[in-house]
Design a binder for this molecule. Structure first.
Ligand code: NAG
Ligand code: NAG
Ligand code: NAG
Ligand code: NAG
Ligand code: NAG
Ligand code: NAG
Ligand code: NAG
Ligand code: NAG
Ligand code: NAG
Length: 669
């Protein structure tokens, strides 16, 4: 009996998905399963193939690539056709827009994100009403294949039990916000992030694309121009806005941004761009100091005649880039003395953006004293902080609300102020303890929570801030903070609370995360064990390693005898290890992290580098050293912190290195 329970529990654990499926009814006990084999083909309803943007066919083609990568099979190109007969011999995945269900979110709003499925011997059928719904259905299918393969005896014939059911997200807004203003990220990193998030049915990535570091010693002193501030959308070189982006190497060209947006859209993820004004606006006032409130260079003077036309000219330039039907205008943490003009500014901007582009507007919930005007209820309020805004009161007043309450949904790159203001990742214990879902705003005061089906409750966006700037984290570390958080958020914004147990989540998440197709944010080596072995004296230049970057955990060991203190020992697209001071370079941000150890010239030294997701250390002559950074905690104190780096594996002894490197071993642990 006990054995049976354990077996069933194991079976149940293996079948849980993230997010959970709404209903799945097993077929009659003798029904044959659908069996994935390398012969599997994908057929798209010829009638529906070109409907939608991306079309059903576009999504099907991305799905084909994912299926090929998850299975390792050369899956045939997508075909157009009709629903396969129940006698068909080749296992067929069939996608159509023939769903009968009128899908709605819990709010009652109608949605195209739902889908129906029928799994039988001959076919795995996914029917939606819009192409996006079918896309989410393909994520479900891929997850089932991954989980079934993990226990299958024969990975060339993987059975999915016959069943049918339907699935629809509970909330419309299922998103993550990344602070790309205080930390630069490449569009290739962000594209991989969209692809990863999509596997867990996250549907938007909110890009907080302008901001500045906050340190009062700079901001309110003579050196305010030296404080880091950035705006990421790159104006044309001859644009009157060029002065807004002096550091063009840390901005995205239109072509790069459009390619990123296309990648995200192809995976069902909408980019929601944010330009934050009138607070957090140092990047604007470095460009046009006359627009600042005197003594507060991060706050725009909304009564200055240049301010609103300038902010509008920025939106006018970049609105044509964005395909989302909504943008975010920031509007948080502004000087409370200017509540009246602040409200009018928001309403003016919302009207301006609507008339320029037809798009809607979101703002951060901001506590302002009562004024002679109020913010229009057309503006969605993204609540993040009590008592800045009280969501139940906003809903009562007719606003639509997104839950980004910091007590549940905030994280900060590497660490938060004081080390414990926010967790490193969304706090799973808290999520299960409070049955968190987007209707939960307070763990302690139920009167501040609403019902899951409140028509004004749009959903939830988690946030990862980068308060400590470029040199606090590598993209790899940001991935580690987001990876499980996105899965957890996907579960709770799609399926709600009370579906997966903690044990089910913990058992399934690692399998799904490791298999998420179309990206390799963790920089996993395709082969485990030894990725690179160069016995004896290595030939300098390309290593020929199968992976050019290898994520932690790994061990990289080598013997080096330099003839001059210069050059790069190991180089890859993500990182370089310079000889001088054994300095790791994070290539995407152009940041250098010296170990502070100079290796002797003309002498052989054995170096072992060990990395985990939270640190990188070197062992040299029996001594251990850590690569660290120093974080400026809002001017209060400097906080040392460890760094985790990808191992560079593409080339060895380059960029001016002279000497020998020998007995190199790079092992993925
Ligand atoms: C679907 O349901 C929603 C909400 O009940 C309703 O507003 C909408 O008209 C329905 N659509 C169709 C096509 O039945
Ligand atoms: C904002 O600019 C206006 C127009 O130049 C000026 O009259 C006003 O004093 C400024 N506001 C502040 C707070 O300095
Ligand atoms: C509201 O007050 C602000 C100053 O706080 C003023 O500039 C604005 O004209 C007022 N608006 C209305 C509609 O009275
Ligand atoms: C919600 O939280 C706010 C701020 O913490 C508090 O003032 C209020 O009484 C709470 N309850 C309701 C129903 O607003
Ligand atoms: C190391 O060797 C090179 C070449 O043999 C020589 O030029 C250099 O002076 C030596 N440096 C030291 C510190 O011994
Ligand atoms: C951009 O250039 C600045 C100044 O040269 C440099 O400090 C920064 O690291 C560069 N950023 C990147 C992403 O390379
Ligand atoms: C080596 O690193 C130490 C400690 O970080 C630093 O003080 C020193 O300036 C560095 N030297 C060089 C040549 O970069
Ligand atoms: C990282 O950048 C901050 C400024 O944001 C600076 O104060 C700090 O010294 C830098 N850390 C290192 C290790 O260079
Ligand atoms: C870096 O990691 C090591 C090992 O976990 C730890 O002992 C050390 O305190 C960490 N350093 C910092 C600055 O946090």
């Amino acid at each position: 009996m006990l054995l049976l329970v354990v077996l069933l529990a194991l079976l149940g654990v293996a079948l849980a998905q993230i997010p959970s499926i709404q209903t799945s009814v097993p077929a009659k006990s003798r029904a044959a399963p659908f069996v994935f084999t390398p012969l599997v083909r994908i057929v798209v309803s010829a009638r529906d193939a070109h409907t939608g943007s991306p079309s059903l066919l576009d999504f099907a083609r991305t799905f084909r690539d994912d299926l090929a990568s998850v299975s390792g099979w050369p899956v045939a190109q997508v075909q157009l056709g009709v629903e396969p007969s129940s006698l068909a011999l080749v296992p067929t995945v069939y996608l159509s827009l023939g769903a009968k269900t009128n899908f709605t979110y819990l709010s009652g709003m109608s949605t195209g994100e739902g889908y129906e499925f029928d799994i039988s011997r001959a076919s795995y059928t996914i029917r939606a009403t819009e192409a996006l719904g079918a896309w989410w259905g393909t994520r479900t299918l891929l997850q089932q294949l991954v989980l079934a393969r993990s226990t299958a005896k024969n990975t060339l014939a993987v059975s999915i039990p016959a069943a049918s059911g339907r699935d629809v997200p509970s909330w419309e807004v299922r998103g993550a916000m990344l602070d790309v203003g205080r930390h630069f990220f490449t569009t290739s990193f962000l594209g991989e992030l969209c692809t990863y998030a999509s596997f867990f049915k996250i549907s938007s990535l909110h890009l907080h694309a302008s901001d500045n570091l906050w340190d009062p010693r700079f901001l309110y002193g003579v050196d305010w121009r030296k404080l880091y501030a950035a705006f990421r959308f790159q104006p044309a070189a001859d644009s009157p806005l060029a002065g807004l982006v002096p550091q063009r190497n840390e901005s995205w060209s239109r072509a790069d941004f459009l390619a990123l947006q296309a990648t995200c859209t192809a995976h069902g993820v909408t980019l929601v761009p944010e330009v934050d004004t009138p607070g957090h606006s140092l990047v604007f006032t470095k460009w046009k100091p006359e627009m600042a409130i005197p003594g507060q260079p991060d706050n725009l003077n909304l009564s200055h005649p240049e301010t609103i036309p300038t902010v509008q000219s920025v939106w006018r330039e970049f609105l044509p880039w964005f395909t989302s039907n909504e943008v975010h205008i920031g509007a948080d943490e502004y000087d409370r003395a200017f509540a009246g003009v602040y409200n009018e500014f928001i309403n003016d901007m919302a009207a301006f953006i609507k008339s320029e582009s037809g798009k809607g507007v979101r703002v951060w919930g901001t506590g302002m004293p009562p004024a002679n005007s109020t913010i229009s209820t057309d503006v969605t309020i993204q609540h993040w902080n009590f008592p800045d805004t009280v969501p139940v009161q906003l809903l009562e007043q007719g606003y639509r609300v997104i839950n980004s309450e910091q007590a549940f949904l905030y994280t900060d790159g590497k660490t938060s102020y004081g080390g414990d203001q926010f967790p490193q990742e969304l706090d799973a214990d808290l999520f299960w303890r409070t049955n968190w879902a987007p209707n939960i705003f307070s763990a302690s005061d139920p009167s501040n929570n609403t019902t899951p089906d409140h028509p004004g409750l749009r959903g939830s966006v988690m946030a990862l801030w980068n308060d400590w700037g470029n040199n606090a984290t590598t993209p790899l570390e940001i991935y580690f903070q987001l990876a499980q958080s996105l899965a957890l958020l996907g579960e709770r914004t799609w399926a709600g609370a009370g579906q997966l147990t903690r044990d089910e989540f913990d058992a399934t998440y690692p399998l799904l995360s490791a298999a998420a197709p179309g990206q390799n944010l963790a920089r996993r080596a395709s082969v485990s064990g030894t990725v690179l072995r160069l016995p004896g004296r290595a030939r300098l230049g390309n290593t020929g390693a199968k992976a050019s970057s290898v994520g932690p955990p790994y061990t990289l060991s080598f013997t080096v005898s330099p003839r001059a203190a210069k050059g790069v020992l190991f180089s890859g697209p993500d990182t370089k290890l310079h000889l001088s001071n054994l300095t790791f370079e994070d290539v995407p941000t152009g940041t250098f992290y010296p170990l502070g150890v100079e290796l002797p010239l003309n002498t052989s030294t054995r170096v072992e580098v060990h990395a985990t997701r939270s640190e990188t250390r070197a062992i040299i002559g029996g001594q251990t050293y850590f690569w660290e950074t120093l974080l400026d905690m809002w001017g209060d104190y400097m906080q040392p912190a460890n760094m985790s780096f990808v191992a560079p594996a593409a080339s060895i002894g380059v960029e001016g290195f002279v000497g020998t490197i020998s007995d190199v071993v790079l092992r993925a642990d």
